[in-house]
Design a protein around this ligand. Structure first.
Ligand SMILES: *Cc1c(COP(=O)(O)O)cnc(C)c1O
Length: 496
């Protein structure tokens, strides 16, 4: 047949677009991407995706390869995360999902359905609580929103971990709690929540406990000196781990494990009440790709446990080196006691304001030097305390090989902005409404913040300086900030 364009031309256009992206390899982007530093792993992942390309993961009875790969991947995660032993006749079972968010959504949906079933309630008729530290990943906010739970957020200590006693206070009347969640570690501060202490509380009250190990699950098993945090802890009823993070697989693959078959079966959706094929979905999607599953499977087979240990060790050394380097920079401090290959950096209030480094200005200065750091907003907790605004660094095995360039760049970036206060956004915010915004108003306000959706990406990755944007987002009511961000992203993909 005659094509509208030659495949080569189309692929050239794709390559040109990809060239303008932030670099996915080489450790220059310290969030989003997880570079093992081993090109062979990318090659085997690509070949595995190619082999699975035409398959539909919707039906593992028609495509038995999907079942075989999923079985292996669940077994790999279960064995790594302390789930080999049965407890009270309950094995650990699980499934592969499209990512951390889907694993977290399903953990909540499963717990909610178990809670409803135990009370003979229908969805919507009752609103159970989801108790979690304020640092829990935003995916749980989404889950509470989608599945009709009340999100009951517990303040954390200044180091970023929750105190078990503060969780206990939320469980005084556990009858309406469908699930407690803790992180291993948390994304914002790399804090390892006290899993065993919280599990003692939940077991005593008959409440399920999910450990969100989306980011830590493939690395912490190789971190020395940690207290038990995985499925070995009695009372941990489910655990999520992302293979597309420290499993080094391309995006689109995570594992959700549950203790107990009957608990896990509530994750499924099955229906025979329509005139089409009988539907049985373990996850949120219907038709699904077998590609990321196959890629993750291939990588786990190639690396084995020892390979993951070697890569985690590289990331651990690099994280230690970065932690020391940041701690030595006047005006910055590392938040808490980070666990795993990530850390958060705040301004050091102990030094004179003239010598302090604003972490977001620092991130902008580092980005200008080619090292992309992630700005995180300050957060007011329910107890009146405030978590500082920070800059997040995700460290990967490849980071170790670029420390010689990265550390001097981080030092120079701090030198450049030391003493500069947070951007003053009061002017930008005059006349900022606090009610519902329509699309036109939101776009106009974005313009005053210097954000024009049609320009984004035109001058390289990102939306420009993060410090003023984050300061502005912190200063407006959350619904306004959320509406502005929605407008920004929605306009980005409107046909031009
Ligand atoms: C990344 C992450 C998630 C969500 O994962 P996505 O893969 O981005 O959907 C959940 N929890 C934690 C702790 C994470 O780091």
């Amino acid at each position: 047949m005659r094509f509208a364009a030659s495949p080569d031309d189309v692929l050239d256009r794709l390559a040109a677009l990809r060239e303008r992206d932030a670099p996915t390899h080489g450790g220059h982007v310290l969030s989003y991407v997880y570079d093992s530093g081993e090109p062979e792993l990318d090659e085997v992942a690509a070949a595995a995706i190619r082999a699975m390309q035409p398959v539909n993961g919707l039906d593992p009875t028609t495509f038995g390869s999907v079942a075989a790969l999923e079985r292996d991947l669940v077994a790999f995660a279960r064995d790594l995360l302390g789930g080999v032993e049965e407890v009270d006749g309950e094995p650990v079972v699980g499934s592969v999902t499209s990512g951390g968010t889907e694993s977290c959504l399903l953990a909540v949906k499963t717990a909610r359905d178990a809670w409803l079933a135990a009370r003979g309630e229908r969805p919507g008729a009752a609103r159970p609580r989801l108790v979690a530290p304020v640092t829990v990943h935003a995916a749980f906010h989404k889950a509470a929103h989608y599945f009709g739970l009340e999100l009951d957020l517990v303040p954390v200590l200044p180091g970023g971990a929750v105190a078990a006693a503060d969780v206990a206070a939320r469980l005084a009347e556990p009858g309406d709690v469908a699930l407690v969640v803790v992180s291993a570690p948390s994304y914002p501060h790399a804090a390892l929540d006290p899993v065993a202490d919280v599990a003692q509380l939940t077991v005593a009250r008959g409440v399920p406990l999910h450990v969100d190990a989306c980011i830590g699950g493939m690395a912490l098993p190789f971190w020395p000196g940690l207290p038990a945090w995985d499925l070995r802890v009695p009372g941990v009823t489910s655990l999520s781990v992302d293979l597309h993070k420290y499993g080094y697989a391309p995006k689109g693959v995570s594992v959700l494990l549950h203790r107990g078959r009957d608990r896990q079966r509530r994750q499924y959706f099955a229906t025979t009440r329509w005139p089409g094929y009988p539907v049985v979905n373990p996850s949120l999607l219907g038709s699904r790709s077998g590609g990321p599953l196959a890629a993750a499977w291939a990588i786990t087979q190639v690396l084995g446990r020892d390979g993951f240990a070697t890569l985690a060790e590289r990331a651990r050394r690099a994280t230690g080196a970065l932690r020391d380097a940041v701690a030595a920079i006047e005006g910055l401090r590392v938040v808490g006691e980070p666990v795993g290959p990530l850390l958060a950096v705040a301004g050091d209030d102990a030094v004179d304001p003239g010598r302090r480094v604003d972490p977001h200005r620092w991130a902008d200065a580092a980005t200008a030097r080619g090292w992309v750091l992630q700005a995180q907003p300050a957060h007011a907790q329910a107890d009146g305390s405030r978590l500082p605004h920070t800059t997040h660094l995700t460290v990967t095995p490849v980071t170790e090989s670029v420390l010689g360039e990265l550390v001097p760049a981080l030092v120079a970036a701090a030198d450049e902005v030391r003493g500069a206060p947070r951007p003053d956004v009061t002017d930008l915010l005059t006349g900022m409404p606090d009610g519902d915004l329509d699309s036109g108003t939101a776009a106009a306000l974005l313009g005053t913040l210097g954000l024009d959706g049609s320009r984004i990406g035109a001058d390289g990755p990102g939306v420009g300086a993060m410090a003023p944007l984050l300061a502005a987002l912190e200063s407006v009511p959350a619904p306004v900030a959320e509406r502005l961000l929605t407008e920004l992203l929605a306009r980005l993909v409107e046909p031009r």
